[in-house]
Ligand binder design. Structure first.
Ligand code: SIN
Length: 428
């Protein structure tokens, strides 16, 4: 039996959740997510979310985004995202997101690398948890939206050149087909394919492999961002991020002799390269980051999560530098989309890190990702609600599904396909 709904969203990060909240409430929406709803990378974002600080800031913010992206960004997309940012922030505050404020109740702004001025809103150093957790609560209040956890998309349903649903494997390990008028892929990047990444390990780029299989257009799949500063730890597993806003507030990078070796506020790719070079010169597996210039009060009030996590790992950042090393953090490329988040396959949308709309160019400006994900999630919702879809496909009654499937082999094949494609592009 084929199950039916109006819209399928794959992923419970900010893109998937914000899309669901912006869809009309007479549409039946099913959100599939690989593990628990809270285990999406958006929950891990620390630094914050950028906002355009009035018309006077437009030229600077635009230039900062373009310069970080090596001017390979799509100018129309950059303008769209910047000009949509005030509305997104207003919406988040309306949903109940608590951004940090000063004693007079005014919003506070922090700064990160490659920003010419402070324009990043934050909630301590757990901005992702605050934003995504609030959106998840609001989604759970919607009777038209059902979240199905521990459910993994294994393929798309495609009929007469149109996406009409997905095949997925549920909690009971059985395959099922779910048909819908529109499918939104918002399932994150490829961090799980790396040994050293800030990502959850189950985020492995399945949607990208499925897109390759169906010849859906992809863009810049080899544009992968390393975050300069994750807490050094031996062994596999997710690496703990030391937010760039720590450097924005004055933390320094030091070599093994305790000397600075680079400007800490350059774009991420430049700082990562400087760190690798210094590690080579020093013959070390990391460099050091010194948070002491921030002072105890800023450390405890703005960065309590980083303080606690470092303490658990045996470092008191109030008193000593910590070892840091670059790790995979973000995929700028992905499934190519237009300004309405439409992919090259009719009926299929993509937003967030899964997609590539061109805003980031070759290297993303810090704290532009949550914003971009929400702007394009809203664009997808608008296109689904108001766009010209050219009619719905006829209901699918039967989809022949195998009784059993070697899922481990299938996902290994997907991972290999993505890796191979990245290698191929890197060799060009
Ligand atoms: C950070 O806090 O350094 C990460 C924020 C981002 O990826 O933009």
């Amino acid at each position: 039996m084929v199950q039916h709904c109006d819209v399928i969203i794959v992923g419970t990060g900010v893109a998937g959740l914000y899309c669901a909240l912006n869809l009309p409430d007479d549409l039946h929406v099913r959100i599939l997510t690989k593990q628990k709803a809270e285990e999406a990378n958006s929950f891990l974002a620390q630094g914050g979310i950028c906002v355009l600080r009035g018309e006077d800031d437009f030229a600077d913010y635009y230039e900062d985004t373009m310069r970080a992206g090596h001017y390979e960004n799509d100018p129309k997309t950059v303008e769209l995202v910047l000009r949509s940012s005030n509305q997104v922030i207003r919406d988040l505050i309306r949903y109940g997101v608590r951004f940090d404020r000063d004693a007079d109740g005014e919003l506070e702004y922090t700064r990160e690398g490659a920003h010419s001025k402070p324009r990043i809103l934050y909630h301590q150093d757990i901005t992702g948890q605050e934003i995504t957790g609030t959106l998840l609560q609001r989604v759970r209040e919607r009777p038209n939206v059902q979240i199905q956890e521990n459910t993994t998309m294994v393929d798309l349903l495609v009929q007469e050149g149109r996406c009409c649903g997905v095949v997925a494997v549920g909690e009971d390990q059985r395959l099922f087909a779910l048909q819908a008028g529109a499918v939104v892929l918002a399932c994150g990047g490829i961090g799980g394919l790396y040994q050293n990444s800030t990502s959850y390990s189950h985020i492995t780029g399945d949607a990208l492999a499925i897109a390759l299989k169906h010849q859906i257009a992809l863009k810049d799949l080899n544009y992968i961002q390393m975050h300069p500063t994750t807490l050094y730890a031996k062994g596999k597993g997710r690496k703990f991020l030391i937010s760039e806003s720590v450097r924005g507030e004055g933390a320094l990078l030091l070599d093994k002799h305790g000397q600075r070796f680079t400007d800490e506020l350059q774009p991420r790719d430049v700082v990562s390269k400087a760190i690798w070079k210094q590690m080579q010169i020093d013959g070390t597996e990391h460099v050091w980051e010194d948070l002491r210039p921030l002072g105890e009060q800023v450390i405890l009030e703005h960065f309590p999560n980083i303080f606690q996590q470092c303490l658990r790992m045996g470092y008191d950042v109030r008193r000593e530098p910590i070892p840091v090393v670059p790790a995979e953090h973000y995929l700028m490329g992905g499934i190519a989309v237009d300004l309405a988040s439409r992919t090259s396959l009719e009926g299929l949308y993509a937003c967030g890190e899964t997609s590539c709309n061109g805003i980031h160019g070759r290297n993303r400006l810090a704290s532009n990702s949550l914003l971009e994900a929400m702007v394009f999630a809203n664009r997808a919702a608008d296109d689904i609600a108001f766009g010209c879809h050219g009619g719905r496909t006829a209901p699918v009654e039967e989809v022949p599904l195998p009784e059993t499937m070697d899922l481990e082999q299938l996902f290994q094949g997907y991972a290999d396909a993505v890796r191979k494609q990245i290698e191929r592009l890197n060799q060009q």
